[in-house]
Unconditional design. Structure first.
Length: 779
């Protein structure tokens, strides 16, 4: 491997200026393996842990071997002693050897060595109809590494170990699946999971952290039984990191979907230094999921392979406050607040009302509700929200509402929950009501009712609570993010809402779409901030004064969406607008991934063309697709807007950020190919008027991978700029043309000469002479 890598490195260094370094650990011994018929089961055991440890202590480009491998192979290979190793949790030391080379005169590999290999196949959890998602892409994902804090391999008999590790792996995979993650691979006792590939969700980082907390909780539960029988406990430590990766099918015979990149390595390194039963997250994960959890800052971590210390945060618990995301004081929204207060006054006077606030992600729905509630000091309030990862969990939203109504926390024991329910239900309790509610809350209680009976009883109970509470004092029930309601809860809530008009209750809901509230409700459509309000928000959020040009750029990129404004301003580095913030990218990737194949590909093609694109050009770039319906979908999803019908059918991305994300997620090689196709499309569609499109063609071919076309059009664009006395542009075009003319001396000479002309025009005669000389030698 090292030889093959050394050869490859020459090439990589020449092309990209990088070299790959590899550490290898090899160990021989007994492992547990479920056999070829099992599903992707990991190979585990002490042998694997030692191999892993050997790998991690080896210097780059060396091979370290364990004692048994050394003994099996020392006749054929030369070794020298390496520092002893320990495996986490075990006290004894293991010998290690560094491989020096093959012994002369003995053919390496002439004798078979059975060496265990860590890692199983990647699991693929997407149906064939979503196969397009497996195309290679750059994505922001969250990677979770979970490992046993104390390996059990050396403390248990093989068969017992298999049983115990079986419960460990199934608990881990269940939690990962519950929150929509995918297991990427197993490495010894460690499990690597990815959230956000192949399918992105806007809250992938939060999902990963929920899974981490779930894993710790599940292991605690499992361990009680295991400890009684085998005298050991399963304790994990977990590292989580978020960042850009390349995701796709590995090239090769085995179709394995995986993600690669530094993001993955960092997650693993964080895991390796995380204390037992804890979850540490990186600064990027923290930035994306900071509102969803309570954290504690830990001292910076020194990680192997990282020159600078790395910031990390310890996850304590999910954030239970209704609205932790509150930044600058509320800007604007006077009319909307007035409508909410009017509705509340009516409710307080006995005419209950339902109000539904809808608008795109980040427009300020939650914020509006929060500010409204804080202006109602005396009202009773109950505030619940649907979670994206519980869309398919029956009664998930109703359970959350019940918890909020009765003051039950998810961490409460069954007894505590029972007491809270009994205290409030009191005299109105129907038979079995407590049991049913406990069942819905997820406690191990089974109510005797059939499904329809359950549904009816829940509806009756919730109606009763609203009635009783409203009689005491006006009641505001807030239900957020209805777009993620599970179907059962949607039915129940629709029935419950029927009681509102007759009670002293304001039922206030929010969602991204107007149709999410299935009951009669006054709708408030929340729009983006106008440019004055947006500017005010920019200034309030900014740590330092922002110059007008940057402010204008932020306005243009965010189109007045407060969430985008906050995130873009937050990501300002030294006053300059940096790349798309990870939070925003997560959100937008999720929206793009939710699309079917053709609209998604059209969005990708459009993104390469530009912020604004013509239907005819897209159709040329994606000749196998029916473009019109795809554009219809993108318009309906508010990702693009139709901006003109004549002379060209024109579309624009709704946000510059949407275009950027659709552009960035494509692999560079694909993008470069598409840029050439776009250039070709313009060239053939507008053959007659190609002069008008010289700049456009130069723009695309410059970003494409076709050198001859690039130099041809860069030269043409340069000459045109020169004629228009646009000298700076001309210099830029001609310089770029030189870069793309390595194999074409005539083109190089042409560009040099033209640069000489421009320099002459600008009065830089020495430079002009140099350029002419370079042109003369080029040919
Ligand atoms: N009018 C406003 N003035 C100041 N800040 C605002 C305003 N509207 C929203 N924000 C801020 O913008 C961010 C996004 O707002 P919010 O969370 O309310 O969006 P949302 O519509 O609920 O989005 P989602 O659909 O994702 O839940 C928050 O940090 C919020 O404090
Ligand atoms: Mg919200």
């Amino acid at each position: 491997m090292l030889d093959a890598l050394a050869a490859r490195n020459e090439d990589l260094d020449r092309k990209y200026g990088v070299r790959l370094k590899l550490r290898i650990g090899v160990n021989t011994g007994e492992v547990i393996w479920s056999g070829p018929t099992g599903k992707a089961e990991p190979t585990v055991g002490r042998t694997v842990s030692i191999a892993q440890r050997l790998e991690s202590t080896a210097a780059p480009n060396t091979v370290h071997a364990g004692d048994s491998t050394y003994r099996a192979a020392r006749r054929k290979f030369e070794f020298k002693a390496a520092p002893l190793i320990t495996i986490t949790g075990a006290d004894d030391l293991e010998r290690a050897y560094e491989l020096v080379g093959a012994k002369r005169g003995v053919g390496a590999g002439s004798e078979r060595l059975e060496v265990p290999v860590a890692g199983g196949g990647a699991s693929l959890q997407v149906g064939a109809e979503r196969a397009y998602l497996l195309e290679e892409q750059r994505k922001v994902v969250t990677v979770l590494f979970a490992d046993l804090a104390e390996p059990l391999a050396d403390r248990l008999q093989t068969e017992v170990l298999q049983r115990v590790l079986g419960s460990y792996f199934s608990a881990v995979s269940a939690e990962i699946a519950r929150f929509g993650g995918t297991i990427d691979k197993y490495v010894g006792d460690a499990v690597m999971a990815v959230f956000g590939a192949p399918v992105s969700h806007e809250d992938d980082a939060a999902r990963a952290i929920h899974a981490a907390l779930g894993i710790h909780a599940a292991l605690r539960k499992e361990s009680d039984a295991i400890e009684r029988r085998f005298g050991v406990r399963l304790v994990a430590h977990i590292g989580v990191n978020t960042g850009e990766v390349v995701a796709g099918l590995l090239p090769g015979e085995v179709a394995a979907y995986t993600v690669t990149g530094d993001t993955v390595n960092t997650a693993q390194r964080i895991e390796s230094v995380t204390p037992r039963e804890q979850t540490y997250v990186s600064a990027t994960t923290y930035a994306v999921a900071r509102h969803a959890f309570v954290y504690e800052t830990v001292p910076e971590l020194t990680l192997k392979g990282k020159s600078a210390p790395v910031a990390a945060f310890r996850v304590i618990a999910p954030e239970r406050r209704a609205s932790p995301r509150a930044g600058a004081t509320l800007i604007g929204r006077d009319a909307e607040l007035a409508r909410l207060y009017a509705a509340f006054r009516a409710a307080a006077a006995g005419t209950g009302t339902a109000v539904h606030v809808h608008g795109e992600a980040g427009v300020g729905k939650t914020r509006l509700v929060t500010d409204f509630l804080s202006g109602l000091p005396t009202a009773q309030r109950v505030r619940a929200r649907a979670n994206s990862y519980e869309e398919a969990t029956p009664y998930a939203l109703v359970a959350e509402l019940v918890r909020r109504m009765f003051g039950i926390s998810p961490a409460d024991t069954e007894d505590a929950a029972r007491a809270a329910l009994a205290g409030r239900l009191g005299r109105t309790t129907a038979d079995g009501a407590t049991a049913l509610l406990l069942e819905i809350l997820g406690y191990a209680v089974v109510s005797q009712l059939d499904p329809e009976g359950k549904r009816r009883l829940v509806i009756a109970l919730l109606r009763q609570v609203i009635r009783d509470r409203g009689r005491e004092r006006p009641l505001v029930v807030v239900i957020e993010d209805l777009h993620w309601t599970d179907p059962t809860s949607a039915e129940v809530l629709t029935e419950v809402a029927g009681v509102v008009p007759a009670e002293r209750c304001l039922l206030l809901s929010t969602a991204r779409d107007a149709a999410a509230a299935r009951w009669p409700a006054d709708a408030i459509a929340l729009e983006a901030l106008d440019s004055r309000a947006a500017e005010q928000l920019i200034d309030r959020v900014a740590a330092a004064p922002i110059d007008p040009a940057t402010r204008a750029l932020i306005l243009e990129r965010t189109a007045g969406n407060p969430f985008f404004i906050e995130e873009v301003v937050r990501s300002l580095k030294d006053g300059a607008v940096a790349s798309v913030p990870a939070t925003v990218q997560d959100l937008l990737e999720a929206r793009l991934d939710a699309l079917e194949s053709s609209p998604r590909r059209v969005a990708h093609a459009g993104a390469v063309i530009g912020r604004t694109f013509w239907e005819r050009v897209v159709a040329r770039v994606t000749p196998d697709l029916d473009v019109a319906p795809a554009l219809g979908t993108l318009t309906a999803e508010r990702l693009v807007n139709e901006t003109a019908r004549t002379p060209e059918h024109t579309y624009s991305f709704a946000h510059a950020l949407v275009q950027e994300v659709a552009y960035r997620t494509q692999l560079m090689t694909n993008r470069r190919r598409t840029h050439v196709t776009v250039g070709d499309a313009y060239a053939s569609l507008f053959e007659e008027r190609v002069d008008e499109f010289v700049d456009t063609l130069a723009f695309h071919y410059r970003r494409g991978d076709d050198d001859p076309k690039a130099r041809t059009w860069l030269l043409r664009a340069g000459h045109r700029a020169q004629q228009l006395y646009a000298n700076a542009e001309a210099v830029d075009y001609f310089s770029a043309a030189i870069e793309r003319s390595a194999e074409d001396p005539a083109a190089r000479a042409d560009a040099q000469e033209a640069l000489g002309d421009v320099a002459g025009v600008l009065g830089r005669y020495d430079e002009a002479l140099d350029r002419y000389a370079a042109a003369a030698t080029a040919v």
